[in-house]
Design a protein around this ligand. Structure first.
Ligand code: 5GP
Ligand code: MN
Length: 341
């Protein structure tokens, strides 16, 4: 079925429902928050009782998308989160392809009695337990796909201007962050959507400033430190490896979300095809992988880093001492390249 046909099924499923709960993934990014906020406004403005539940906090630079602080974070208020999931008629899952991506909310989501819809752009969506799965790997972002879905609704008649600016701005924010400002995964349709957003009055200057031009001084200096002291390049495998330790974070006084985007920097170097960024946390090492396209980091993350994602952007986790990470990465990549020649 086409996205448009599935969208009509979703619109029909919404009919007669009162309470909708929107859920997105653990460690929510701009696409997760943007799609959730965009759909939430759409529903609220049409008389639904709708809310957003996220498994964990979003990075502070995304706060502007939720000025009313209406998002329920499971880590902050388990009871409200559970009530919202168990007490609704419909759950809409955005920007993730399997319940496990919600971490500690996975059982709650799986056992909830409500109807369930998934809208997502990751490969290999798990369909079990969902009434409708709208999955499109070719979409630049879940936000772009959500926009396409809403435009297919009879109710909107395909007019962007039938959505509020608040809704359109949040959706645009997710497209901007997931494509890294139109750098990755874009299609002609992505630019059509951007044109529609501009015509409808979305303020791109404002979004650009909020999303990409609000580094703190310490974050900028940490970036310089990592590029100078931590980035190691391997010309054989055409890979870059960067490690952010807890000590670095303490020294520079930065929070976890503050290293967002660092993984993209080494790909600016001509002969670097793959970038790996390892972020040491209390419980595990968070892995971020990026590729210019020749090598699938989704496959690499699945094979060696307990994760997954997209062809050019993926992530995962490691549970080894931080001192062993560089060797582990080099060996894994060499093996992977041998097996995938
Ligand atoms: P980031 O490096 O920005 O944290 O993640 C990039 C992409 O990789 C995300 O959009 C998501 O699709 C995927 N990803 C990140 N962490 C994980 C993980 O632990 N498991 C899986 N399956 N995918 C992840
Ligand atoms: Mn996404």
């Amino acid at each position: 079925m086409t996205v448009e046909e599935l969208a009509l099924g979703f619109e029909k499923l919404l009919d007669g429902k009162k309470k909708v709960t929107i859920i997105s993934h653990f460690n929510p990014d701009g696409d997760a928050v943007g799609s959730s906020v965009g759909l939430n406004w759409f529903l609220l403005e049409r008389g639904y009782s709708s809310c957003i539940v996220l498994p964990s906090a979003a990075p502070p630079f995304l706060d502007f998308l939720d000025p009313e602080h209406s998002i329920i974070y499971y880590t902050e208020d388990k009871k409200r989160a559970k009530d919202a999931v168990n007490g609704c008629d419909l759950i809409v899952c955005l920007d993730f392809n399997k319940p496990g991506r919600t971490e500690w909310m996975s059982d709650l989501l799986t056992s909830a009695k409500a109807d369930k819809v998934m809208i997502d752009h990751h490969p290999n969506a798990v369909r079990e337990g969902f009434n409708i799965v709208i999955s499109d790997e070719d979409a630049s972002s879940t936000c772009e796909l959500l926009f396409r879905v809403l435009m297919a609704f009879r109710h909107t008649g395909g007019r962007a201007s039938s959505l509020s600016i608040k809704s359109l701005s949040a959706i645009t924010a997710g497209i901007l962050t997931d494509t890294n400002n139109f750098n990755n995964s874009v299609t002609p349709y992505t630019f059509n959507v951007a044109a529609e957003m501009l015509k409808a009055g979305v303020d791109f200057d404002f979004l650009n400033n909020m999303l990409f031009k609000r580094f703190s001084e310490s974050r900028m200096r940490l970036m310089g430190h990592l590029l100078k002291e931590s980035m190691e390049l391997d010309t054989g495998t055409e890979a870059s490896c960067m490690v952010l330790t807890m000590e670095d974070k303490k020294n520079y006084g930065i929070q976890d979300g503050d290293s967002e985007g660092f993984v993209n920097l080494p790909l600016m170097i001509g002969n670097i095809e793959i970038s790996a960024f390892f972020n040491e946390t209390e419980d595990f090492i968070k892995v971020s992988l990026r590729s210019k396209g020749r090598i699938s980091v989704n496959a690499l993350a699945k094979a060696y880093f307990n994760g997954g994602g997209h062809e050019r952007a993926a992530g995962g986790r490691l549970y080894i001492p931080i001192a062993q990470v560089r060797d582990y990465f080099r060996q894994s990549l060499e093996q992977f390249l041998l097996n995938n020649r």
